[in-house]
Design a protein around this ligand. Structure first.
Ligand code: GUN
Length: 313
């Protein structure tokens, strides 16, 4: 068996075309979807990610603004900027690029973002919403994986899913989203003993561990769907995932390449969330209905005050 390669660029193109249609109709009604990106410090990788996000926004016709702060800025200054952006009606999505410098209380900063503008899906409310299957904005990378599975009509209900990597950004939300679709989900992580005894059971294997060649063909069941979220730069400059692509593609039914697999979807789902944030806000919150199979949450107006600007004391 040789796997079908899931082309992330092709799926991304289709999702971006839908986003453009929504964006165009919003613009016709006088609303230009707008994203605000906050970046703190000089991390080169973060700068590249932010540049890619801005480029994706402009390709779909969204407006975007970057707010760059020196690495030594106080958390309160960034939080005050977020409060200002929360109140700005031309801004529909707010994103704080991670990682933040060590002196930041990351949860506090992310908690300052209005739930209705939390297009990264990292606010405690949105994360908690994943547990109940009732989030406003799903986090972009697992949301992108979900879209790719949907695009290929890959059945999730009743399937054995193994997620390798338990990060807050990818592994944990991915597991919750697939569990919500009635998969049987197992999460493995750096301390899992004998990883292969779990991965070999997977009908769908999602790998987000950040270790090149972690998954070899002996660890994969014949016919499995293999989604590689890893992005690793090798000493020779090559970009590879966490999966031994050449070996595993001989055994899997579907596989995502690196680059060109999940990567293009992450930024695309940020655009998707931003356009839908603009639509929600234009519709006076909550009237949009379902966001691609994930139920929209309560409108902020119906939430207790504590959730509207949940910055801990
Ligand atoms: N840093 C690495 N990935 C991400 C992401 O998806 N969003 C943000 N805000 N920061 C990141």
């Amino acid at each position: 068996m040789v796997a079908k390669i899931i082309d992330g660029h092709a799926v991304a193109r289709q999702v971006r075309a839908q986003c453009r249609d929504i964006s165009d109709s919003l613009k016709a009604g006088g609303v230009t979807p707008g994203l605000a990106v906050i970046i703190v410090g000089n991390d080169p990788a973060s700068k590249v990610y932010v540049a890619n996000k801005i480029k994706a926004c402009s390709e779909v016709g969204l407006s975007s603004t970057v707010y760059a702060f020196e690495a030594g800025v106080e958390g309160a200054v960034v939080e005050a900027e977020i409060e200002r952006l929360n109140a700005d009606p031309t801004v529909h999505g707010i994103l704080v690029q991670l990682p933040l410098p060590k002196h930041f209380d990351v949860r506090r900063v992310l908690g300052a973002i209005s739930i209705d503008k939390d297009v990264d899906g990292f606010h405690l409310y949105n994360v908690g919403g994943l547990v109940l299957g009732d989030t406003v904005f799903p986090p972009c990378t697992p949301f992108g994986v979900q879209k790719m599975l949907e695009f290929e009509n890959i059945r999730i209900e009743g399937q054995n899913v193994v997620v390798v990597g338990a990060s807050n950004i990818v592994g944990k939300p991915m597991a919750l989203m697939l569990m919500q679709q009635d998969a049987t989900v197992c999460i493995c992580h750096a301390k899992t003993r004998d990883l292969a005894q779990f991965t070999i059971l997977a009908d769908i294997l999602v790998v987000a561990a950040g270790r090149p060649n972690l998954i070899t063909k002996e660890m994969v069941r014949t016919g499995a769907v293999v989604i590689d979220v890893g992005i690793n730069r090798l000493p020779d400059g090559r970009l590879v995932g966490d999966v031994d692509f050449e070996g595993v593609r001989q055994k899997a039914s579907y596989i995502t390449p690196v680059p060109g697999g999940v990567g293009p979807m992450t930024v695309t789902m940020l655009v998707y969330n931003t356009v839908h944030a603009a639509k929600r806000q234009a519709d006076k919150l909550g009237k949009l209905g379902k966001l691609a199979g994930v139920k929209t949450g309560e409108s902020v107006e119906s939430l207790p005050k504590a959730y509207q600007a949940p910055v801990p004391a």
